[in-house]
Design a protein around this ligand. Structure first.
Ligand code: DC
Length: 225
């Protein structure tokens, strides 16, 4: 489909800091609406993983930008949230805390963001797209019909992450998690290109005291009203 045609495909942009519930909420929204789902953070995570494996320095902007279009990346569809890099399932690798921190480093590089732009826009296919990230509403899909910015306090986000990791049998320290989350927020919000911020026309929802189901309902009401 040509870009001009895909412009007519509706996009729901869901942005916000890590741990605000974007991933779970966006997947459920895509499921309810029967739309495609873009996990843009996974692209940055995969690029960081691939670079590390190839011995590319995470600050080597031009090598990273050259690598980005080369990668063979595949996502599972529907309830299958697996991610594949060059034919290998890398879901567990990229969900690791370290992969998130490395993704945040490569994501600060302008040429890397540019190199991933078309890849992200290619996900805009009928009947619609739920796009999850940091700059979906401000950069990648500025014409999205609906833009939502999900936030939650850093403490709440650390608590949620702690519970997820403990449930998976991974032993973590909540103080370390809070420090990591705050450092990542600072890096994502202060970078020169596409910093984390709500689009002017975004609806901001603070999820600190809301369940996933309540957030999904609120967003669905926005989309269908
Ligand atoms: O959403 P996530 O935790 O998977 O994102 C990992 C990192 O990638 C995050 O620190 C910031 C970056 N990112 C970004 O800069 N822009 C996006 N659209 C998505 C993620």
């Amino acid at each position: 489909m040509k870009e001009m045609d895909t412009k007519r495909v509706p996009v729901l942009a869901i942005d916000g800091p890590g741990g605000a519930g974007k991933g779970t909420v966006s997947r459920q929204l895509a499921d309810s609406l029967g739309w495609h789902y873009l996990d843009s953070g996974a692209l940055y995570r995969i690029l960081a993983l691939a670079a590390t494996r190839k011995g590319i320095d995470l600050n080597d902007e031009s090598s990273l930008a050259a690598l980005a279009p080369e990668l063979d990346i595949r996502f599972g569809t529907g309830s299958d949230d697996s991610v594949w890099l060059d034919g290998e399932e890398v879901s567990a690798h990229i969900r690791h805390e370290d992969a998130g921190a490395m993704a945040s480093v490569v994501a600060a590089l302008p040429a890397v963001r540019q190199a991933l732009l078309l890849r992200q826009r290619a996900f805009r296919q009928p009947p619609g797209l739920v796009a999850d990230g940091r700059d979906m509403g401000t950069v990648v899909f500025t014409d999205a019909a609906q833009k939502v910015f999900l936030t939650a306090s850093a403490q709440e986000r650390a608590d949620r992450r702690y519970k997820q990791l403990i449930a998976k049998g991974i032993d973590v320290n909540i103080g370390d998690l809070l420090t990591d989350i705050s450092a990542r927020d600072a890096r994502d919000s202060s970078r020169a290109v596409a910093p984390l911020r709500p689009a002017d026309d975004a609806t901001v929802i603070d999820t600190t005291h809301l369940s996933i189901a309540q957030v999904v309902d609120q967003v669905l009401t926005l989309v269908t009203s």
